[in-house]
Every structure is written in C-alpha cells, then in structure tokens.
Write a protein of this length. Structure first.
Length: 349
C-alpha cells in the first residue's frame, strides 16, 4: 500500500481550519491593543496568534497555488510543442518510408521499438491509465478498496551536441500523476476517497550516444520532485531530488531496461508534523519483445521502496504482463498497450 494510502485525512481538517482562521482574522484592529488585566491580555494574545498563523498558512497555500500554475503551464507548453512537432515527424516518417519502399507495419514496428527505449530520440506523449487499482491491507478487513489514476508523461529529447550516432541528448520525462479516486484511511475500516494531482517528478537525463554505447542504453542525471499535489492526502508537501540512472540493452527483436531513481527531501512546502521526510526510491524494470505486424509483448512494472515506512511497509514489488500494438491514427503513430500487474510483495497496512 502506498505512503499516501496510509496517511490520515488532513484535507478536510485543513479546509475547516482555514475557514475558521480566516473568520478570526477579520477581528477589528482595536482589539489587538496591549492589556493590563490578565484575562483580556490572554484574549488579545490569542487573537494575535490566530492572525499570525492565518497569514503564514495563507502564504504557504499561495506559494503552492503559484507552483501548481507554473507546472501546469509547463505541461501545457510540452503538450503544445509535442503536437506542433508531431506533424513534422509524421511527414518525415512518411517521406522516409516512401523513399525506402518499406512496408507500413515494419515502419510502425520500428516506432514501437523506439518507444521501448526511454533514451531514444523520439518525441512522444504517454498516457498510462491504471484502473481499476485494488488496495488491501490490515486497515481494511472487508473487500479491497478500489482506486483509479492516470500518469501523463511527455518525453522530450533535446539534442545538445553532435548528430546521428554521435549525438548527445538531454531527455526530460516529466511524470504528472492525475488521481481520479484514491482511498485514504481515517482509521480501521474507515476510508474516504480523494481526487486531484499528485507530486510531479522531473528527471533530466543525459544520454550516451550510440557511437560509444553500442547496443547498450546508458544515461543518467538528476531527478526532481515538486510539491504540486492539490491536496495533502495525495502528496508529501516537500521538495525532493536525487539521482536517476538508465541501463539497458537493445537487440534486434527485444529491449530490456532498468530505470532506478531515488529521492531525498531538500525543502518543505507546508509539511505537517505527521508527514515524514522523503527518503524513497523506485525501480522501473521493463522488457519488450517485438512481434510481427507491429505487435509487442512484455512487462514494465515499477518497484517502490520507502525507507521511512515502518517494517513490513517499505517495499512494493509488482510483476506484470502487457500486449501492445502500434497503429496509425491519421498521420500519427499511436502505441496502445493493455496489461495486468500484481504485487507479489506489498505493504502490510
């Protein structure tokens, strides 16, 4: 079970909390005078404390709102740029196919093989729908709780130096989790559901050119996590960063990749005392086998580890299998996958 699944219901409390504080913050200024008698002095001190706390909380909320707007703008810019370049890529692919006289399925199969490589030169938009997701653990003794989310990920390779097989590239792969329904526990067998945007991740990976790497897929760089969650239950209210590495191998008909990364807290953004500092990592392991007519079969689960979690709640190790096919949607190649995953090791709670 994920860290956000185990956390308590902070959001409802926060909404009521801020509403009350805002109500107190409009107390007339004349009530904030210095008082000689103890009861009135305590009341004035209490009112002053409420105003100061209100201002601090509102500043934190304003900063988080501004951050979300900036990140939303960056994601929108990435989407528009991908769509602007997609027609050019489609036209170049069509011209290349006509010049070479290659069959369409072979061309689409090559696109699918490139998509299996996280460091390829291909610009793409990925939308991974994870639904339904079944949550179970010690906190619920009845049926499993059901959730659903989508991971939106534009892949943006930018050439830095050289060309062809000797091209050095910087690949950014922002990960934007969009939660449709996330069960959050209030207590044993007591849950409510939240929806919104989670904390966004941004890796910046330097890719080693094929000229030097050969059949190997090699790259690495920093990865960042932003406190962009729209509610406390869906994020950690912290800034975090760490290393990310990509190691893989590409053969004629298959591609295998390991993509580990790790995060440590570097700053706070409204973090409460109940939220532990980020000290966690993930490992994406994928294997894709190319079949005839642009079909694919493989797996791409993500192992998660949380060093701050209690014993029995640190690891989640899923296994899975997918089947995919690359098709043409108008002029654009589209890769569609469908698969199942099951956690052979999961959190107890």
């Amino acid at each position: 079970m994920s860290e956000e699944y185990r956390r308590g219901p902070h959001t409802v409390y926060d909404i009521q909390y801020h509403f009350v504080w805002v109500g107190f913050s409009i107390v007339p200024r004349t009530m904030m005078c210095t008082c000689n008698n103890l009861p009135r002095g305590c009341f004035c001190y209490f009112i002053k404390y409420l105003k100061e706390r209100t201002n601090n909380e509102m500043k934190v909320k304003l900063k988080k709102f501004q951050l979300r707007m900036v990140l939303a703008g960056l994601c929108a810019a990435a989407i528009m740029f991908c769509f602007a370049t997609s027609n050019v890529l489609a036209e170049e692919a069509a011209q290349s196919k006509e010049a070479a006289g290659a069959p369409e399925h072979k061309d689409l199969g090559a696109v699918g093989a490139k998509l299996a490589n996280p460091l390829s030169s291909l610009w793409s938009l990925s939308m991974n729908f994870e639904m339904p997701k079944f949550y179970d653990g010690d906190l619920n003794t009845g049926d499993s709780k059901v959730g659903a989310n989508m991971v939106f990920q534009p892949v943006l390779p930018m050439p830095l130096y050289g060309e062809g097989a000797g091209e050095w590239r910087m690949i950014t792969r922002p990960v934007v989790p969009i939660i449709f329904s996330q069960p959050v526990p209030r207590g044993s067998d007591d849950f409510y559901n939240k929806s919104g945007i989670g904390d966004i991740q941004l890796p910046a990976l330097l890719s080693v050119p094929d000229k030097y790497a050969g059949k190997w897929i090699l790259g690495g760089g920093p990865i960042f996590m932003f406190p962009s969650a729209t509610t406390d239950a869906l994020g950690a209210d912290q800034w975090a960063m760490g290393p990310a590495v990509v190691v893989g191998y590409k053969a004629k008909n298959w591609t295998a990749v390991l993509f580990p990364n790790y995060f440590w807290k570097i700053g706070s953004s409204g973090q409460d005392d109940a939220t532990t500092d980020i000290n966690q990592g993930t490992l994406l392991y994928s294997f894709t086998y190319k079949l005839p007519d642009a079909w694919q079969v493989g797996m791409n689960p993500t192992i998660t580890y949380n060093h701050q979690a209690s014993s029995g709640n640190k690891w989640n190790v899923p296994v899975g299998l997918f089947v995919g096919k690359t098709i043409k949607f108008g002029k654009l190649p589209v890769n569609i996958k469908a698969g199942l995953e099951y956690s052979v090791v999961s959190e107890d709670d």
